[in-house]
Design a protein. Structure first.
Length: 221
């Protein structure tokens, strides 16, 4: 059987998200090596438990707010919305970006609080509480080997924070890097080398998959 000609995917988001995306890209070789570790941050949980409504821009923040109890929650995208529904919130889903939440926030009927990570890509016009940190971690030996090899490597980038951290790891990469970013903000934070650098048309996992498939198809034409 001939070798698979497709580039390897280097998946660097936190483990559960990386594993979900690897399954979505079935048939493609993937190496998972998170560059961020989600670590809880001490905060006043009573504030979130008493909040009349929440804004979630990451699924990592949902557990910090306690049981949903039918409270309204504005969620940035599908994965975050699923987490919030499972926790018992009455969910309104945005369009995948923080900006898409702005009209929902403006039209909210109750006061809102935004639990979020220490590194925030977009400030929202509601009170915020830092509930977790996105701590940088080193790439695995296998991942570093990919970056120093000769074969192309696809780097799906799911957040501006990931772009900043991963660009430092990839600064001296020898492999041709195909950077596929979930948003213009994420791509704007990329300072490493890139043979290709594109943004997905939709800011979600399926949009990222489609962008990778289009990029691969264009290389074959």
């Amino acid at each position: 059987m001939p070798a698979d000609p497709r580039p390897t995917l280097l998946l660097t988001r936190p483990q559960p998200g990386a594993e979900r995306f690897a399954k979505l890209m079935k048939g493609w070789r993937s190496v998972i090596s998170p560059v961020l570790r989600i670590a809880p941050v001490d905060h006043d949980g009573d504030i979130l438990a008493a909040a009349q409504g929440l804004v979630f821009t990451s699924a990592h923040a949902v557990a910090s707010a306690g049981p949903g109890r039918g409270r309204p929650a504005l969620c940035v995208g599908a994965q975050t919305a699923r987490q919030a529904r499972d926790a018992g919130f009455d969910v309104t889903e945005g369009g995948g970006t923080a900006d898409s939440l702005l009209p929902l926030i403006k039209g909210a009927s109750v006061p809102l609080i935004h639990p979020h990570g220490r590194h925030l890509a977009r400030m929202l016009p509601v009170p915020g509480v830092v509930v977790y940190d996105q701590q940088a971690v080193d790439l695995s030996e296998e991942a570093r080997g990919l970056l120093m090899g000769k074969a192309p490597v696809i780097l799906p980038i799911f957040s501006p924070r990931t772009a900043l951290v991963l660009a430092q790891h990839a600064a001296d990469a020898r492999a041709p890097l195909w950077v596929v970013a979930i948003s213009d903000a994420a791509l704007g934070n990329w300072s490493g080398p890139a043979r290709h650098a594109i943004t997905a048309e939709r800011p979600d996992a399926h949009g990222m998959r489609d962008a990778i498939l289009r990029l691969w198809a264009s290389e074959q034409s």
